[in-house]
Design a protein around this ligand. Structure first.
Ligand SMILES: *Cc1c(COP(=O)(O)O)cnc(C)c1O
Length: 367
């Protein structure tokens, strides 16, 4: 089976992780945590990095640090992974879902203002499937309405908006290092910020809100969201290859694009003129006039040994958020037509050709 995602891990990760194990620094003290935070934050041009246990806790920590809580509304795109919305609930706030922009599939800046009320405190734009969202108009809106911006960049390490990497636009940005993300630490996450106070607050909350000057004195109810030294060591090894990973993912996307761009019934993933897409997932849309349904096509591909994923279900249609039910037609439509094809950096060119052949065969057969 050709997998949708597969981490690129080799001797270097093994070497650095082994060093932690041999030295006994296996928990959340050790030199690699600071080093990973420094390398990753510098890579994204943010001043501070606060490593966490995963991307979901990074989002939770960010909202805690911004004092978002009960009675507050937070604007979230409906087409995202559920962690974005859940983090809002963890702090007792209410996610307000906004539709997608049809070309980039990300939060539509033109549909935000209608949803802003006196309760609105923040916007969480998500750089979906590796494509940055159109962040300038979102920052402008946030400024005008005095809202915080938390970038959910869990799927877009290294993606660029107008030549600048995502992760330094919001008050805080959140990344995930889950096994299928652009780089991985197994499980893991990080908050980036250029605000010293927010960084300090997140460091404290991550460590049970313990007073850094006074051991076992807790100024607040905090969390244990600390990353381990072993995870951070893997992260440091991954940072040595992040640029190669992104180059390969972009090269693979280009190979797919060349083979798929003129195929009727399919549209290839976006790359806006102001964007550098890192193609976390190589995602296609099945057009309405395609001869096979999205789900049948995925089954057929599976029979050919090709694993795929459907797009996320919009948050406003999911059971925990049914109360917020409304119509967000662009996201609903994308969600039903989107397929993520195998996108691993380990994918071979002949595998891409095989995947495309299989796709064409099933699209044609039923035409
Ligand atoms: C993966 C992901 C997360 C959560 O990251 P975990 O490390 O799995 O907790 C959050 N938001 C988005 C958009 C994601 O894709």
């Amino acid at each position: 089976m050709i997998p949708v995602a597969e981490p690129w891990i080799d001797e270097r990760e093994l070497e650095l992780a082994s060093e932690c194990i041999r030295s006994g620094w296996v928990s959340s003290l050790g030199k690699y945590i600071g080093e990973f935070e420094k390398r990753f934050s510098e890579y994204c041009h943010a001043r501070h990095g606060v490593a966490t246990t995963n991307g979901t806790t990074a989002l939770h920590l960010a909202l805690c640090a911004l004092d978002i809580g009960p009675g507050d509304d937070v604007i979230v795109p409906t087409l995202t992974f559920i962690a974005t919305a859940n983090a809002v609930r963890y702090v007792g706030a209410n996610p307000v879902f906004v539709d997608s922009e049809p070309y980039t599939w990300c939060l539509d800046p033109n549909k935000i203002e209608d949803k802003i009320t006196p309760r609105t405190r923040a916007i969480i734009p998500v750089h979906l499937y590796g494509h940055p969202c159109d962040i300038d108009p979102i920052l402008k809106l946030a400024k005008r309405h005095n809202l915080h911006v938390v970038e959910d960049a869990a799927e877009a390490h290294g993606a660029e908006y107008k030549g600048r990497k995502v992760g330094s636009f919001g008050d805080i940005s959140c990344f995930s290092f889950y096994g299928n993300k652009i780089i991985t630490t197994g499980e893991g996450g990080m908050c980036l910020t250029s605000d010293e106070k927010l960084a300090q607050k997140m460091r404290m909350l991550r460590d049970q809100a313990m007073d850094p000057q006074k051991r076992y004195w807790h100024t607040d109810i905090g969390y244990n969201y600390r990353m381990t030294n072993i995870q951070a060591a893997i992260g440091v090894a991954q940072m040595e290859k992040i640029d190669r990973i992104i180059t390969i993912k972009r090269r693979n996307a280009k190979a797919y694009n060349t083979l798929l761009e003129n195929v009727p019934g399919i549209s290839i993933p976006p790359e806006a003129e102001w964007a550098k897409n890192v193609y976390w997932m190589y995602s296609i849309l099945l057009e309405e006039d395609a001869s096979i349904s999205r789900d049948d096509l995925m089954l057929k591909l599976k029979e050919d040994g090709i694993d795929t994923r459907p797009f996320f279900y919009p948050m406003h249609t999911q059971p925990p958020y049914a109360k917020n039910r409304c119509s967000l037609p662009v996201a609903e439509d994308l969600s039903q037509r989107g397929i993520n094809l195998p996108s691993s950096p380990l994918l071979k060119e002949r595998e891409i050709e095989y995947i495309v052949q299989s796709l064409l065969k099933h699209l044609r057969k039923l035409a």
